[in-house]
Ligand binder design. Structure first.
Ligand code: PMP
Length: 348
């Protein structure tokens, strides 16, 4: 994939596509996702781990909720006018969510992304009619090639364009405080004891964590699952091999929407365990989920192993494994990234 430093000018803005779908019916399918017990993986633990299958959202990820919440809030405040263009820098799922919601609500979408985006996510963006601009994802914040800087420039160039800024936008955690968390509370009849999520923008863990702490008078334990290479859990910054989660920037640069005070603790999970768990979810439970679901479920299994019998541990499963056929589910990609599944290790 080549790096494009020039963005679209006003005359090159993306056009909203007509998906030919009943927009209302598709929009109504965002959220209300299933909560399923992972019976095979929980066997013998004395507690059950449940997965909240965010892969069931129409765009395939939890970010459909965030995208819809941010777009609706901006429409209400008048920041986003009918037909106005949405411009966001994102490594994937938020872009897909915005592209879907934009297509359904009549807003053209421009997504600024980096070379490491999976080919499946790129295809999804293009299928929903988003214009994709590539930039150097590692460019520092003071460089004109920085993704946020490129998105800011494109926004200036397109009249009426609006940036959701998911890292700063309160409508991001609100989607979870008002949607994901009450659903889980109802689905477990208030019996949830532990909540596990990864942290990218922190919207998921902040919105859910706040709701569960309030509802249970602090009794639900809120646990962040973090990959190696992320500093959230106190590790050294390094390469992060789990899409959508972790952060290598120091604390002053953490997302505004993330409230670390809501977390009881972090668990850092090695990549081999993350990817092994994603494969076990497919092979033993029959659910196709991405690596950040492998991360949260691996952490939830560790939690369930140590928790009092009868605990109800809920892990967020943020997206579908179909986005990662060329990465997490491709033996060559795993080998190139020095990831060893438990089955490989057992064969040694
Ligand atoms: N997993 C995946 C695959 C994601 O795309 C994201 C969003 N970046 C997350 C987890 C984390 O969600 P949040 O941004 O709400 O912390």
């Amino acid at each position: 994939m080549s790096t494009v430093t020039g963005g679209p000018g006003p005359r090159h803005a993306a056009a909203a596509v007509d998906l030919g779908a009943d927009a209302g019916a598709v929009l109504a399918r965002v959220g209300n996702t299933p909560l399923v017990p992972l019976e095979a993986l929980s066997r013998g633990l004395g507690s059950t781990v449940f997965a909240k299958l965010e892969s069931e959202n129409p765009g395939g990820s939890i970010k459909d909720r965030t995208a819809l919440s941010m777009v609706r809030a901006a429409e209400r405040s008048g920041e986003l006018q009918p037909g106005g263009t949405i411009v966001e820098s994102t490594s994937g799922n938020t872009g897909i969510g915005l592209a879907l919601i934009g297509a359904l609500t009549g807003h053209p979408v421009v997504v600024v992304t980096g070379d490491s985006i999976s080919s499946e996510k790129l295809e999804a963006l293009q299928r929903y009619g988003a214009k994709v601009v590539f930039t150097d994802w590692s460019a520092p914040s003071d460089s004109p090639a920085n993704a946020r800087a490129v998105a800011a420039r494109i926004t200036r160039e397109i009249p009426g364009a609006w940036r959701p800024l998911q890292f700063d936008n309160p409508a991001n955690p609100k989607a979870h405080y008002e949607g994901t968390a009450p659903e889980i509370w109802e689905q477990t009849a208030g019996r949830i004891t532990h909540f596990v999520a990864g942290v990218g923008t922190g919207g998921t863990i902040t919105g859910n964590g706040r709701y569960f702490k309030e509802k249970s008078a602090g009794h639900v334990e809120v646990i962040g699952a973090d990959p190696y290479g992320s500093v959230y859990s106190g590790g050294h910054p390094g390469q992060i091999l789990v899409d959508g989660v972790g952060n290598s920037w120091p604390k002053p640069d953490w997302p505004k929407v993330f409230d670390p005070g809501l977390l009881d603790r972090f668990l850092r999970i090695p990549n081999d365990e993350v990817y092994t768990t994603a494969h076990r979810l497919l092979n033993e439970e029959g659910v196709s989920l991405g690596p950040s679901s492998g991360l949260t479920v691996a952490a939830a299994l560790r939690v369930a192993r140590a928790a009092p019998h009868g605990s109800v541990v809920v892990a967020i499963a943020p997206d579908t494994g179909r986005n990662y056929l060329s990465k997490a589910f491709n033996p060559e990609w795993l080998a190139d990234n020095h990831i060893r599944l438990a089955t490989d290790l057992a064969e040694d």
